[in-house]
Design a protein around this ligand. Sequence first.
Ligand code: ADP
Ligand code: MG
Length: 394
Amino acid sequence: MGDALGVVGGGQLGRYFVLAAQSLGYTAVVLEPDPHSPAGAVADEHIVAAYDDESALDRLAELCRAVTVEFENPPVAALEYLARRVTLHPSPSAVHIAQDRRSEKRFCRDIGLTVVPYVEVNDDNDALRCADGDTVASLFPAILKTARLGYDGKGQRHVQSASQLVDAFASLGGAPCVLEQIVPLDTEFSVVVARGADGEVAAYAPTHNVHVDGILDASTAPFSAPVVAHGHDAAVRIASALDYVGVLAVEFFVSGGALLVNELAPRPHNSGHWTLNAARTSQFEQQVRALTGMALGDTAMTHRAVTMVNLLGDRWKHGEPRFALAREVDGAHLHLYGKHEARAGRKMGHLTVVSDQMAGDTAAASDTAIHTVLARAKRLRDEMTISDGSGARR
Ligand code: ADP
Ligand code: MG
């Protein structure tokens, strides 16, 4: 097996971890129950088993010198089991905090950061009490989110008024939730930060994010705004307070000029995919470096500006997108995750466009470069997409 690294989870983030590990001369082992996963397809060994299958965890520990996760939802007990047998980063306790919106928010507040106004709705009684009480009236209109297992806007219900709360809670299966005020967003951005076991920290350029229907649509770096420096500091503070080892992403809201922490991801992040094509070290190579105790890589951008746009399954509706178009465009990079079924809202791949100017090149103003890459990426994505009419010609 050679010198192997392991990853729990088989999605696209795991796929890029595997590729980064291999590019540094490691072999890679994936634990993922789906036999046809994006990461399993490129792994040196794919253990097809449930995340909490003890004999599978034993095998993973036996094969690997260190293991990480590519999503926040493996059972914590399974991670604790693994951590007793092999080096595991990030720690089960850090993943535990990040996999539940309640603990995530409490943790952020405890270290002095601000989150969206919210209350916990843990059971039917809480829901009834909140629906009756005046204390939460100021939260409406609000979003009810399941505390656990939500992603890409899933597990969320808009609740206009208290009278809708009990039904909304029931429609989410009665699982513990947070009820968040819908805050007017000036903008959204994220910071991806890596932290080594020795406490060394390296952050990437803050990235401006646009979500559509609760799913990330476009990420552009660098992002500059008055609160951005605070976002960088907050991300570093979170990583240090968690005694975090690995790559951590922090999603921020900016509302009325104030910085609010939205959520944490204990792993590389969709908004950091641009680092594959426009940073000296990608977020996935950084994950390998932090995991194995190597010095962290240089996070500097290699281009003046970069935009990543997601390719959701919706764009497959009238036929497979015209991938060839992206290959013809200078500065465009097409990434496909090898998923066979293109469902609406499913992340099938992404497209990255880098600016003509290199980082440090003073020829063009940064703002212009940012607007240009964003427009180019969106235009190329639209041109690639088969619309109803042109689909008929195929
Ligand atoms: P997920 O885990 O699915 O990414 P998020 O909580 O990050 O869930 O919500 C997804 C997106 O929905 C956010 O990035 C933001 O655009 C919007 N959103 C979520 N919560 C709020 C809120 N309280 N106020 C305003 N917009 C919100
Ligand atoms: Mg989010």
